[in-house]
Ligand binder design. Sequence first.
Ligand SMILES: NC(=O)c1ccc[n+]([C@@H]2O[C@H](COP(=O)([O-])OP(=O)(O)OC[C@H]3O[C@@H](n4cnc5c(N)ncnc54)[C@H](O)[C@@H]3O)[C@@H](O)[C@H]2O)c1
Length: 281
Amino acid sequence: MSKETGSNEYIQSMFRLDDDIAIVTGGAGVLPYAMATTLARAGARVALWGRGTNHPVDEAAKQLARELSLPEERVTGITVDTAHEEETAAALAETRKKLGMPTILVNGVGGNRGKSDFVDIDVRTFEEVVTMNLLAGLVIPLKACAREWIAAGQHASVINLASMTSYKPLSGVWAYNAAKSAVMNLTEGAAREFAAHGIRVNGIAPGFFVGHQNKALLIAKEETGELTPRGQAIIDHTPFGRFGVPRDMEGATLFLAAREASGFITGVTIPVDGGYLVHNI
Ligand SMILES: NC(=O)c1ccc[n+]([C@@H]2O[C@H](COP(=O)([O-])OP(=O)(O)OC[C@H]3O[C@@H](n4cnc5c(N)ncnc54)[C@H](O)[C@@H]3O)[C@@H](O)[C@H]2O)c1
């Protein structure tokens, strides 16, 4: 049969990731875990990378394998602080040993902390947030992987996590604004530099999802679902009238990861935001 319309075979040829190996940093986090689930469901072997602190990645990896009924060797958890180059290099070596050469990197590490007037910026917190979102969240893992991809002549797809703050600053979160606008800038710059090596670098800019890192900023009382004034302002500004749920991340993740589907696309950031960016009065 040729040129089937709407057949599973066609969809599979576009989106199957059976030959792919994905690293998902921050893999026990809410959005990265959802992205890892999508990649695993499409056939990729997945390494969840993350710090072993609040949400250990080896437990998350076991949970993912259990949820998808996958053999444990298809999903692995690797404890690493991606703010450290040596640890990151070791995590990459371990990933290669356990799963093979990665072909997909999801830079899921990131988070928002510290809200203040500009004149009250706490410089240490500012540095930590920039380090988390820019160095740990993009530069260090991408540098480690790209060196090996270039040396091996390996094509790859990178997905960075931008934010609504990449487009317009949110009030009071100065470091997060600075880091996330830089994430979009670096996505473009890296896409340009790595294109000649077959390495695509794109981003997803989530609207507002409730993650571990921002729950306190958005939800006042978990039992009742009562929002903070900031949480309510966000809902009022989101044409779909709700926060995102992890499932909302799946389609854009699969599209950007799948070479057959997006192989000529690099340097773009896709908003997944319920219309937040097109809100008007
Ligand atoms: N939740 C949202 O509404 C939202 C919106 C826009 C962008 N984002 C971005 O999406 C990404 C994921 O957000 P989330 O809400 O799922 O957050 P999350 O806190 O649930 O997940 C982030 C994970 O990264 C891990 N991590 C942090 N620093 C690390 C380091 N140095 N090394 C290894 N692991 C580290 C944390 O332990 C956590 O498991 C972040 O980059 C965030 O900025 C989230």
